[in-house]
Design a protein around this ligand. Structure first.
Ligand SMILES: [Zn+2]
Length: 318
């Protein structure tokens, strides 16, 4: 039996978990999967998840397609017991699924949620300083990197701003394209492991078809020593997504497409003849629609079967 140690140390508190290592670490970092994706010219799908049925459907579909996967928790959806339930569930099941899994905090807005995520065993965090002036964005991102890297946790920053609708569907924010001449300086000053860039996508459901600025992406990718991330990946035409992956996007964030898929499943569930459907009859169609979407995105991003390649390259340290 081989042992794998995993833990965090802060404020005199040490949490160490020792588990039987069955060829896989419990969770891997964003840096590990994205460095592999960059060298292999594919992207790792990143799914925001806020319910246990989502965690299960995503992990089972990713494992069936032998793909690495990033489970993201949005800070605002962790409030209250979310901080206990979601990371608790993901950590408990991660070792069961024989694929690389990253547990990532999405869109943290400050230091405190990052500290909390590090303590809870997240292997990656995103700090979103994209609406701040450049120097302030650098300062907060650098502060997060200093905390996270001490614990072996990866950090994603954002430069430029991916706008779109807020999650309550009330307010719209304009996008600001990322400038190539700022990228090199931002990555050097902050030491981020991944950089989210703005090249024409927006968060939420689109009102008009987006057009990605691939010429700009090429410049950004050439300027960045860190792998690039695309937010607002839902509903972007497949050919444009694949073009973006071929030109440097290594992580695609997907949330709105999941909501659309789950809503299709919910409508199917509501068609039951039975007045007291069993839980699997209620949640089954939702999970099926979500699993089909996950499989589709894995194929789209050239991530199918990459788990095996990744395992050989970086997880098998025996
Ligand atoms: Zn985002």
């Amino acid at each position: 039996m081989q042992l794998y140690c995993w833990g965090t140390f802060r404020d005199g508190l040490i949490i160490i978990r020792i588990a039987e290592k069955k060829g896989y670490a419990l969770l891997v970092t964003l840096k590990e999967v994205l460095d592999n994706a960059r060298s292999g010219c594919y992207a790792v799908p990143a799914f925001d998840c806020s319910e246990d049925v989502m965690v299960r459907a995503i992990l089972e579909a990713a494992e069936a397609n032998r793909a690495p996967v990033i489970l993201m928790c949005l800070q605002m959806q962790l409030e209250g017991n979310g901080w206990v339930y979601l990371p608790g569930l993901i950590k408990a099941v991660a070792d069961h699924h024989k694929i690389p899994i990253v547990m990532h905090l999405d869109h943290a807005d400050g230091i405190e949620p990052v500290r909390k995520a590090v303590d809870l065993g997240f292997t990656s965090v995103m700090i979103d300083g994209s609406r701040l002036p450049f120097e302030e964005n650098v300062a907060i991102t650098r502060a997060v990197v200093d905390i996270a890297h001490r614990h072996g946790v990866s950090v994603e920053g954002e430069l430029g701003h991916v706008g779109g609708m807020d999650l309550e569907d009330k307010e719209h924010f304009d996008s600001v394209l990322t400038e190539a001449d700022e990228v090199k300086r931002f990555v050097e000053l902050t030491d981020v492991d991944a950089l989210a860039v703005s090249i024409g996508t927006g968060h939420g459901v689109y009102r008009a078809r987006p057009t990605l600025n691939i010429a700009r992406l090429k410049e950004l990718n050439a300027a960045s020593s860190a792998p690039l991330v695309l937010h607002g990946g839902s509903q972007t035409p497949d050919d444009q997504i694949q073009d973006a992956v071929r030109n440097g996007i290594c992580k695609l964030n997907i949330f709105a497409d999941q909501r659309l898929a789950m809503f299709r499943g919910l409508k199917r569930s509501a068609m039951q003849d039975r007045t007291d459907p069993l839980p699997h009859e209620l949640f089954g169609p939702i999970k099926q629609e979500l699993a089909a979407l996950v499989a589709e995105k894995i194929e789209l991003l050239y991530a199918k079967n990459k788990a095996d390649e990744f395992t050989k390259q970086s997880l098998c340290q025996d």
